[in-house]
Write a protein that binds this ligand. Sequence first.
Ligand SMILES: [Fe+2]
Length: 324
Amino acid sequence: MNYPLTGYHHITACAGGAQEDVDFFTGAVGLRMAKQTVLMDGSIPIYHLYYSNANLEPGSVMTTFPYSRKPGRRGSGQVYATAFTVPKGTLEFWRDHFTRRKVERSPAQERFGQHFIRFQHPSGLAFEVLEDKDDARQGWTTPEIGREEAVRGFHGAVLSVREVAETERFFTEALGFRKTGVDGPYHRFETGSGGANKTITLLHEPDRPAGSWTFGAGTVHHIALWGADDDALAQQKAIYEELGYTDASEIKDRFYFHSMYCRCPGGILVESCCNVPGGFEKDETRDQLGTNLHLPPWFADRKAEIMASLEPIRVPETATASKL
Ligand SMILES: [Fe+2]
């Protein structure tokens, strides 16, 4: 059977403050600012900030809702950590970089033979830089992070689950992943050619209380997998429904892409999404991406009110293409 989703598109988390989030992703992680917009559901204006690698590739896009008004509760049924790939032999660089930036981090660790450092976002979110010799995607560079060290994109998410079996069944039967290894409490699943951008890891934590599912600072809200077009989303929705996952959402217009959501048995929300013509360049040129706040057309008449209610942010010049 051919499955329609081929890897990641984005991962979306709830941060705390907006400026500290911008500083963390553009300075500590070294991503480019790809888009400033707002959460498209609900009535309270919340930023939606997008960060990515040099080429805005699906599978490199980290997005956040700075949600300081409400903390989330970390736990099982949630993304435990989000792993970014970095070139082999760069963990020492990253260790020193995090020390200079006063980012809390773990010592180097190993999972499935790959070395990584886990580090912490100011809101408590966990991220990893994981060495991967095969990831040839182009990282964004900053005055502190050069081409030889830069983050390439996602390796994948680590999901905390109380039970492995049903989440395993979801990723293998509904999404076409195959199980490729167990390493202590970690269960690895890969799709297509596997490796970077095509790996989901389950962390078995049978005794960990469930985390929150709502928007709340310090928790990941969902992971998004990528398909080529609307047909791919319709096909994925049909697979879910045929298997009995009847809570797959309708296909929603997210302006820069289309999305469809389904919560997996372990509790993690999994989005399917596809590009639309123009993508992130629908409302600003490639050079201008991330430099200003953009609202979808249906919020245009509320622009002044929305802008007045958001924390002002300053994006470092080195995080946008206008630096070139
Ligand atoms: Fe999303």
